[in-house]
Design a protein around this ligand. Structure first.
Ligand code: ZN
Length: 318
C-alpha cells in the first residue's frame, strides 16, 4: 500500500484583485504549497516531499492566508508551476497511491487545480480522511466530530515540536497521528492489518458520492409506506440499490419521530450507502429531502433514541 500523507496550503481571491468570476468558479482555492510524507508499512515516517507552488490565478496573497501560513507575497514567486509539482509528485507517490489528509478538502482542491491546469487525469489517486480514522479508531466515535490536528496530538500525547500550518509539518503531524492511531488499534486487535483497518476509510475523490432529491406527498400519505416502494439509486453509478433490513425486520430507522429517518443500503459496485430522509420545514405541503451518501468511513446507523436496558447496580448487601 502506497500511503502518502499530504497537506496543502492554498490561496483564494482577494478583494484587491479583480478576477473573472467564471475562472473563480473553476478554481476557488489555488494551491501554493504541497507537503507530503510517506508512511511506511512498519508505521514509521519515510521520505518527504515539499514544494512551493507559484499561483497563476490568485497572485496576491489573501491577508487571512498570509496570517495563518506566514507566507509572504514575495514567497509566492519562489515556487514551481503546479504542473511541474505534479510531475515531481508522481514518482514520489508511486503506483496507485492513497493520499491521506486531514478532512476531505485537500483532495477536492487538488482535483480542482488539476482540472484547471488541464491535467485532470495525470495523477490517479484514492483518498483517505485521516480525521475520520482518528475519530473512528482512536476516539471510538463515528459522529461528525471534526477534530483539529492539535486536538488529536494532545489526545494521543504526541509532541508538538514543529510549527503548525506549514504544509510539510502539518503532513508530518498527520502522519504521526495516523501512525500512533494504527499502532494502538493493532495492539488491541492483533488480527487486523494496517490495510484492513484503513480500507473502510479509503474513497475515490472523483466519484460523486452524494445525491439529493425532494419528494412531495399527498396529505395523509404515510412516508414510510412511500419510502418502502421508492427506487433508490447509487449516487455514483445510478444503479438500483438494495436496502438492508434493520433489527426489527423493516428497512427504516426512525431517528426523530415524524421528522427524520435512516436506512442502510448497498450498491454491488460501490458498497455501503447511507440514506437519510428529512421532513422539510414548510408545513403547507408534505415535502421530504432524501439524501443518499457513499460514506468515506464505516457506515453508521444514527442513534434512534431507543435506550438500551439501563445498567443497574444492585447492592449485594441490601
Ligand atoms: Zn454504485
Amino acid at each position: 500500500m502506497n500511503l502518502i500523507v499530504v497537506d496543502l496550503e492554498w490561496n483564494s481571491a482577494s478583494r484587491s484583485q479583480k478576477i473573472d468570476p467564471d475562472l473563480v468558479s473553476l478554481m476557488r482555492f489555488e494551491i501554493i504549497e504541497v507537503g507530503a510524507v510517506r508512511l511506511s508499512e512498519d508505521l514509521s515516517l519515510g521520505k518527504t516531499f515539499h514544494r512551493y507552488v507559484t499561483p497563476v490565478l490568485y497572485k496576491k496573497i489573501h491577508y487571512h492566508i498570509a496570517n495563518v501560513t506566514k507566507r509572504t507575497q514575495k514567497s509566492l514567486r519562489e515556487g514551481v508551476l503546479f504542473t511541474q509539482m505534479v510531475d515531481e509528485l508522481v514518482p514520489f507517490a508511486g503506483e496507485k497511491p492513497i493520499f491521506a489528509s486531514w478532512g476531505t478538502s485537500d483532495p477536492e482542491v487538488f482535483l480542482s487545480n488539476s482540472h484547471f491546469h488541464g491535467i485532470g487525469d495525470s495523477l490517479q489517486f484514492r483518498a483517505l480522511n485521516a480525521q475520520a480514522v482518528f475519530s473512528g479508531l482512536a476516539e471510538g466515535v463515528t459522529s461528525g466530530n471534526q477534530r483539529s490536528v492539535e486536538y488529536a496530538l494532545d489526545f494521543l500525547r504526541l509532541e508538538k515540536d514543529l510549527p503548525f500550518h506549514e504544509a510539510i509539518t502539518d503532513a508530518i503531524y498527520t502522519a504521526r497521528i495516523l501512525s500512533r492511531t494504527l499502532e494502538m488499534e493493532l495492539a488491541d486487535r492483533p488480527e487486523e492489518t494496517i490495510e484492513s483497518l484503513l480500507m473502510p476509510y479509503v474513497y475515490d475523490p472523483r466519484m460523486t458520492r452524494q445525491s439529493e432529491n425532494v419528494i412531495t406527498l399527498e396529505k395523509g400519505d404515510d412516508v414510510i409506506a412511500y419510502l418502502e416502494l421508492y427506487d433508490f439509486t447509487c449516487p455514483a453509478c445510478g444503479s438500483k440499490i438494495d436496502l438492508a433490513e434493520n433489527n426489527s425486520g423493516g428497512y427504516w430507522y426512525t431517528v426523530k419521530a415524524g421528522k427524520r429517518w435512516f436506512a442502510a443500503a448497498t450498491c454491488d459496485k460501490h458498497g455501503d450507502i447511507e440514506i437519510s430522509v428529512r421532513k422539510a420545514r414548510r408545513t403547507d405541503v408534505q415535502s421530504y429531502m432524501i439524501r443518499t451518501l457513499i460514506p468515506e468511513r464505516p457506515i453508521k446507523i444514527p442513534f434512534t433514541g431507543e435506550k438500551d436496558t439501563p445498567f443497574m447496580w444492585i447492592d449485594p448487601d441490601a
